[in-house]
Design a protein around this ligand. Structure first.
Ligand code: ZN
Length: 124
């Protein structure tokens, strides 16, 4: 059964044409793809104009589809159940960059007494 399903995000209209042999399978995909989480779990934004689809592909060839909250930058990825039961939208999460090699205050070297940087005696 063929289902045409539409969603408009960030002034772009996406039209999904899904044609599965099993009509419930078609309907399931149409509902999942066009019903991403439109309330951000991080900043509570629910303005439909402030979400956009985004995608990337890693070196192994895996695709990542997500909805990005344009208010805070958090994203909700499209997850796929491992046992092929279908798709689901994950909770919004904010990307936290991995250690870039730059030193952070907590990464400052400690002296032989275990004190971190700075002249702590000046606080006396
Ligand atoms: Zn947000």
């Amino acid at each position: 059964m063929k289902i045409v399903s539409k969603i408009k995000l960030n002034n772009t209209e996406y039209t999904f044409e899904i044609d599965e042999r099993d009509e419930i399978e078609s309907f399931f995909k149409a509902i999942t793809f066009t019903n991403p989480r439109l309330k951000c779990d991080i900043c509570s934004n629910f303005d439909r104009e402030k979400f956009k689809f985004d995608a990337n592909k890693d070196k192994e060839g895996n695709f990542y589809i997500k909805v990005v909250c344009r208010s805070c930058g958090a994203s909700s990825g499209l997850g796929k159940f491992k046992d092929n039961r279908g798709y689901f939208w994950k909770k919004y999460e904010q990307y936290i960059p991995k250690n870039t090699g730059q030193s952070t205050p907590s990464a400052q070297p400690k002296d032989k007494y275990g004190n971190m940087g700075g002249d702590w005696t000046s606080n006396l």
